[in-house]
Ligand binder design. Sequence first.
Ligand SMILES: *[C@@H]1O[C@H](CO)[C@@H](O)[C@H](O)[C@H]1NC(C)=O
Ligand SMILES: *[C@@H]1O[C@H](CO)[C@@H](O)[C@H](O)[C@H]1NC(C)=O
Ligand SMILES: *[C@@H]1O[C@H](CO)[C@@H](O)[C@H](O)[C@H]1NC(C)=O
Ligand SMILES: *[C@@H]1O[C@H](CO)[C@@H](O)[C@H](O)[C@H]1NC(C)=O
Ligand SMILES: *[C@@H]1O[C@H](CO)[C@@H](O)[C@H](O)[C@H]1NC(C)=O
Ligand SMILES: *[C@@H]1O[C@H](CO)[C@@H](O)[C@H](O)[C@H]1NC(C)=O
Ligand SMILES: *[C@@H]1O[C@H](CO)[C@@H](O)[C@H](O)[C@H]1NC(C)=O
Length: 922
Amino acid sequence: MGFHHLLLLILFFSVFLHNFVEFVEAQIPGFVSLDCGGEKNHTDKLGLEWTPDDQIIYGKTSEISIKNETRQQYQTLRYFPADNRKYCYSLNVKTRTRYLIRATFLYGNFDTNNVYPKFDISLGPTHWATIVISDANTIESQELIFLASDPTVSVCLSNSTTGLPFISTLELRQFNGSAYLTPFEDQFFLSVSARINFGADNEDPVRYPDDPFDRIWQSDLVKKANYLVDVATGTEKVSTNLPINIGKDEMPPQKVLQTAVVGRNGSLTYRLNLDGFPGFGWAYTYFAEIEDLNLKQTRKFQLVLPGAPDLSKAIVNIQENAQGNYRVYEPGFNNISLPFVLSFKFTKTPDSTEGPLINAIEISKYLEISDGSFDGAVAASLVSGYKSLDWAQEGGDPCLPVPWSWLECNSDPQPKIITVKLSSKNISGSIPSELAKFSSLEELWLDGNAFTGSILDFTGCPNLRIIHLENNQLTGDLPSSLADLPDLRRLYVQNNLLSGDVPIGLLNKNIVLNYTGNHNLHKKTSSGRLSKYIIFGLAIGAVALLTGSICSCLIIRQRKKHHSPKKEPEASFHVSSMNNATSEGAQCFTLSELRSATDNFQKKVGSGGFGTVYYGKLNDGKEIAVKILGNNNIQQGKKEFANEVSLLSRIHHRNLVKFYGFCQEEGKDILVYEFMHNGTLKEHLYGPLAKEHRLKWIKRLEIAEESAKGIEYLHTGCVPSIIHRDLKSSNILLDNNMKAKVSDFGLSKLAVDGISHVSSIVRGTVGYLDPEYYISNHLTEKSDIYSFGVILLELISGKEAISNESFGINCRNIVQWAKSHIESGDIQGIIDPCLGEEYDIQSMWKLAEKALMCVQPHANTRPSMSEIIKEIQDAILIEKGGGSSEEISRNSFHSSLNMGLLDVGVDPYASFHESIVLPSAR
Ligand SMILES: *[C@@H]1O[C@H](CO)[C@@H](O)[C@H](O)[C@H]1NC(C)=O
Ligand SMILES: *[C@@H]1O[C@H](CO)[C@@H](O)[C@H](O)[C@H]1NC(C)=O
Ligand SMILES: *[C@@H]1O[C@H](CO)[C@@H](O)[C@H](O)[C@H]1NC(C)=O
Ligand SMILES: *[C@@H]1O[C@H](CO)[C@@H](O)[C@H](O)[C@H]1NC(C)=O
Ligand SMILES: *[C@@H]1O[C@H](CO)[C@@H](O)[C@H](O)[C@H]1NC(C)=O
Ligand SMILES: *[C@@H]1O[C@H](CO)[C@@H](O)[C@H](O)[C@H]1NC(C)=O
Ligand SMILES: *[C@@H]1O[C@H](CO)[C@@H](O)[C@H](O)[C@H]1NC(C)=O
């Protein structure tokens, strides 16, 4: 080879090498960005490199149907069956390193079902969040900050309650400093609730590459309900182009600190909802003086917290605290109790010339880390031996939040594995020794595989009751130690290659034992041929052996004994499915039966759009409500009526009035329901009942929640979904225990659609009727949402939906009236005077704001039922005192100065300091 060739070769290699190195460098160290359901690697506009999740063996991929979504990573997703399993992603991490993990979900109607999914995600065994999709076009996002303790971390989807669980992206971002070190990080994750960039230039969040850790700093300009509202007058944004001295660690990026808001009128106020709260959290504020103050100007401010005067004492003077301009000062709290609706206010001190200034804020909730299942480590070691087999790739914790498909676990706080079912899984090699280490194991099923070698010593599993080892290629003895298992009831080892003698201890035990088909395995006694399989009876065993007939009788009894439903899941399944079958069909009552039950339609308990309702009592004592439908409502034949009615009877939900059956005789169409003792919500809100026994606010919230759940079920739990069309407070009924149930569902369809299934008549009740439906005659679930919004307003105000007197001049309608009050901030003006002072204003606000969303004129801007439920539940939490101000506490703080101390192992509690301001409370 000549010199030139050599040179060329070197050149070639160096080019090649250079390119190769460049490819590796293109990856951002510590970043993993999974494009779930994607096909190819790609780099997005920000410079993040996305890789497909094609190593996952479970689930299917799909594209979303949002045409204008241009970001490739959101165009696809991976979805999983809605079963009782979990589906996990496993990511490699460095131990003892902090990470940000972010999962996003863009539904985009990928399944063309328009059923908004609701499911859980977990990080390892820890429940992370419930993902509730409430809009097809909005990205749901969840973020956690955690300290990696194992070399892998798993994110699992499970427990789908509606729709199919799915995921759009999964992102892992490695931190390299200690800004997120907390004294509790071994027991708590930080679940990010708010990360706000004040004074932002536009609505875009600041993230990578401005933030090298790709945190997402939300712009304070984004307009959302309950997000940064109640802004004080005189709030102005300010910004600078000068560099900010960020200091060390993971301070907010310069771009975030270069903008701020200033309270020119002397104060800054904000109110926002904190997802995940009330609870204990981590809250930090970031201040950098970016206005050039002259010598006469000062900026000093403090936090004002009604109900927590202690926390107002500290005074912030950014220049002093940060030791100069354009430097960060970041006081905060490592553990503070925060409410769901957080209102915070900074006010200038009397001697300060300038109003307060704030650049950024970060709030996270402490999420308790689950210890995981007791057998976690052993199970992990077990599956690591079978990496290529499906069942070993389920990932995550063996028992939590739901067990692997082939395991059952008990319900201990730290669950233990009690059943291993690996029948017919094509497993070869010897029986893994880990199985003998599941100390609470009760059932072991390894039959129908190709296991070789000898049977393990199971003395470490004293609770073993059932062992299935049949149909393998096991060799060696049948260990006599099996006889020492005190609870052993069944042992199957037939069709293996076992040899030697059957231990006498086993033969003398009261168990089912089958060892046929092991040609070299013998019973020691001379009566060997008789007992190739033996089921033994206690002390009388010897006698039983002599007579074949007694023996077989024992076999049968023994089997029956073990056929109790609890131990045999198949059996219990049959029982319950039969019960369902009988309770499901609509019962056909005879008219005479109903006549006698109602005492010839004596006691009228109500009347509505569909007919008159009578009280009745069946022979078995069951109380019923008998509704005789008005003739003009039913426009269909007998058969269609029966069909519709049998459909109705399949709708079961705790918050829907139970339908018992129907009767069609003598030209009458009659429906029979459970009787609801406490009548309608309407009667309890206004009218005579309301005066003597007023409903408390918490009860009203509960009624709202219960009825919302019933409606949600109609919308998302039924196929095809059911639109109620006539929701109103007189269709919400209350049972013995004052639990609410929705009534009259499905009737509108019965009455109007008839055979043509084309709705031509607008149905509904004035005051509750969706104006858009009224105009367009196009019916969707969102029409029910409108009506429900009206019900919420009734609950708040105790006023009727339509009234000539209640709402002042020129206003007959609760919506208009409530809207004008709420929008002008005057919520007091609409609250039912009956409630007195017994309510929390924050929960009232929450409900009022949601109610207004429900009665938006345009259907597509109204929330979904599941969103409303979440809101009501949050209001209930607030009302029950989840975020009361007494609980506000402060345990410790950190600042850039202190972090250095923490790093060298100084007790973080030692750094507690009195003069620290925090943003918090209500
Ligand atoms: C895609 O990226 C991953 C990791 O970033 C890398 O391992 C893989 O080789 C890439 N695939 C292709 C086809 O470039
Ligand atoms: C797509 O269009 C919808 C409605 O036209 C709009 O609300 C949404 O913001 C758009 N999305 C993007 C990513 O442009
Ligand atoms: C599944 O979700 C439902 C409703 O969201 C919840 O009530 C239930 O506790 C969850 N189950 C598990 C095992 O997490
Ligand atoms: C941590 O990451 C930041 C941003 O990527 C970098 O500037 C800094 O040098 C890193 N520090 C260490 C100690 O690696
Ligand atoms: C606060 O600002 C508003 C509008 O900017 C102004 O009308 C008002 O007088 C100011 N109030 C005080 C106390 O400065
Ligand atoms: C925060 O403080 C409360 C009460 O002082 C305590 O119960 C809770 O465990 C603390 N939270 C953490 C994460 O340690
Ligand atoms: C024992 O196993 C053999 C082979 O599988 C089977 O034919 C026989 O019915 C079993 N006997 C009992 C009592 O289960």
